[in-house]
Design a protein around this ligand. Structure first.
Ligand SMILES: *Cc1c(COP(=O)(O)O)cnc(C)c1O
Length: 400
């Protein structure tokens, strides 16, 4: 009997070892599922009261004045560029170490992306790297809050104000992040993402937060065909049929079936982020003694880290393998990893179409070395140990 039991436990352990550990997985509760099912049964599944409620809850959580729910953060970026009138001849300063959507949209608008280099250990652009790039054509700066840490914002805000440049924060990684004791989104304009890998999800979705009433009205109108913002009919729960086009717009609204998921997720956000922080601390402790692995450094102005990602840099000069080999070795051991991000100026289209006038040593250094380890709230403490053991084993077999 005991023998059977032991064999069984051993089977289970080897089974666990073989189960692939993804680098990210959304945390969906039974309550989330029930809430979505209720909307599906309700007869109204697209944008309506749940969307409004989600927007209000985000305003309360972040202390932002206006929040406009969208189908993605990318949609938010498009509307921000469009509402800012960005077009041919204009320059937008942003990192190359970011998700491609920002650069794609700047380019699609006919404007020119101008890449500022990042701080080597936080992966974020700084006022110092932005300043020399400001020209008469500069219309907009889009810094990125990275991995759950906050960008050093105040000096960038000063720069933008002095030079009459618009500032929009890419806060896709930063729901719950605090910069100097204030939540990201509390001031200015910031765009959040609720893609399934982000800290909370609506399936797909995004939120444009701003303290600018005129911009908020415009984004709200552009989100839905450019129809008047007061066109919502309470009785029919829909657009008043008489609503008229105020200007040509787009279709980037967030359906209630998605928004209701966001409402439930937001209620759990602090708890989910706390679990992420615990796992991140475990990684930091366990990796401290592992050679050739360099974690990021948390900026002092980040008073609360949302731990969207746990990023390490592989010391490829001494580890004896490339980062890509490191990732595939981990994969063969059942560990999923991510890459946030491959520098945009190093990608096919941009290599061929952008002038290579940029010197981005820190971006390029990191682009070859970064790797995101598994980090999601439903991970167990043992999973961290499993990842660290796998890393040690990969490095042991390759280090000369
Ligand atoms: C995820 C992400 C986006 C895009 O978000 P979507 O909601 O998928 O459009 C933009 N910027 C950064 C830094 C991201 O990580």
């Amino acid at each position: 009997m005991l023998h059977d039991l032991v064999a069984n436990v051993k089977d289970q352990q080897s089974l666990m070892k073989n189960i692939f550990l993804p680098f990210s997985r959304p945390s969906i509760s039974e309550t989330d599922i029930a809430a979505v099912a209720e909307i599906l049964r309700s007869g109204w599944i697209t944008t309506g009261t749940k969307c409004t409620e989600f927007e209000q809850n985000i305003c309360e959580y972040t202390s932002s004045r206006h929040a406009i729910a969208l189908s993605s953060a990318t949609a938010g970026m498009h509307l921000a560029l469009y509402a800012s009138g960005i077009g041919p001849g204009d320059e937008v300063i942003t990192p190359s170490m970011t998700w491609v959507s920002t650069i794609n949209l700047i380019t699609a608008c006919g404007a020119t992306p101008v890449f500022a280099d990042i701080d080597r250990d936080s992966l974020m652009i700084t006022a110092d790297t932005i300043t020399p790039l400001i020209s008469r054509q500069t219309r907009l700066i889009i810094p990125v809050h990275y991995a759950g840490a906050a960008v050093e914002l105040e000096p960038i805000q000063d720069l933008a104000r002095e030079n009459n440049i618009i500032l929009i924060e890419d806060a896709a990684h930063a729901i719950g992040t605090e910069y100097r004791n204030k939540r990201v989104g509390a001031n200015g304009s910031a765009i959040f993402s609720f893609h399934p890998i982000k800290n909370i999800t609506t399936g797909e979705g995004g939120m444009f937060c701003t303290d600018d009433q005129t911009l908020a009205d415009r984004i709200r109108r552009l989100r839905f065909h450019g129809l008047g913002v007061d066109a919502y009919d309470r009785q029919t729960h829909g657009r008043a049929p008489q609503a008229e086009v105020q200007e040509p717009g787009f279709k980037y609204n967030l359906p209630d079936m998605n928004a209701v998921l966001g409402i439930g997720q937001l209620q759990r956000l602090d708890e989910l982020n706390k679990r992420r922080a615990t796992l991140a601390q475990l990684y930091l402790q366990q990796l401290a003694s592992v050679e050739h692995i360099i974690p990021l450094i948390q900026p002092e102005s980040t008073t609360h880290h949302a731990w969207h990602l746990f990023i390490i840099r592989l010391d490829i000069d001494r580890a004896g393998i490339s980062r890509d080999t490191f990732m595939s070795e981990l994969k063969s051991k059942g560990i999923g990893t991510g890459l946030h991000f491959r520098a945009v100026h190093k990608q096919k289209y941009y290599k061929e179409h952008l002038q290579s006038k940029y010197e981005l040593p820190n971006t390029e250094w990191n682009s070859e070395r970064i790797c995101s380890l598994p980090l999601f709230p439903d991970m167990r403490d043992e999973d961290v140990t499993r990842v660290v053991d796998a890393i040690k084993s990969v490095l042991r077999s390759t280090t000369k």
